[in-house]
Design a protein around this ligand. Structure first.
Ligand SMILES: [Fe+2]
Ligand SMILES: [Fe+2]
Length: 159
């Protein structure tokens, strides 16, 4: 980030990088959780669930990359040590159900994770609105995808 780009940010870049590193940790945990559940899901309609979870996992991995790039752009570094990811996340890692065919439990876990992500990105969007337009643009883009994820799984739970 150049001199003028830094000068127009009306927030502490250090705080912003900290918030974004927490979101970065959340994204890795969400990716891993969804990817894992997609591998192990079993039971009657497992193929559909596997497809939905893989789609979400792919999106979360994209978010990991987008948030990492933004952190670097702001002059920070994304968390280097995977052991630090859960410690820095906004919410603890949710364990996948032991019963791999418990589709309802999988849906509830995804809905809880997505609700958390929506809250986190909405908070960062409010904080950066008009103060750091570059961050605002990226977090609202991610926010809108998390909103889609929630809707997708809410529709599944109403079947
Ligand atoms: Fe995400
Ligand atoms: Fe998501």
């Amino acid at each position: 980030m150049g001199k003028q780009a830094r000068a127009i940010v009306e927030l502490s870049l250090k705080d912003l990088v900290k918030d974004l590193n927490k979101a970065y940790a959340d994204e890795w945990l969400a990716f891993y959780l969804y990817w894992y559940m997609a591998q192990v899901v079993s039971g009657k309609s497992y193929e559909d669930m596997q497809e939905f979870l893989n789609k979400l996992a792919k999106d979360e991995l994209e978010h990991v990359q987008e948030v990492a790039n933004l952190i670097i752009k702001l002059g920070g570094l994304p968390i280097a040590n995977p052991m630090e990811l859960e410690k820095n996340a906004n919410a603890p890692y949710m364990m996948p159900p032991k019963n791999t065919s418990d589709i309802n439990r999988i849906i509830r876990i995804v809905l809880e994770a997505e609700a958390g992500a929506i809250e986190v990105y909405n908070k960062i969007a409010k904080k950066t609105l008009g103060k750091d337009n570059v961050t605002y643009q990226l977090v609202t883009h991610i926010l809108s995808e998390e909103v889609d994820h929630e809707e997708m799984f809410e529709n599944l739970s109403e079947r």
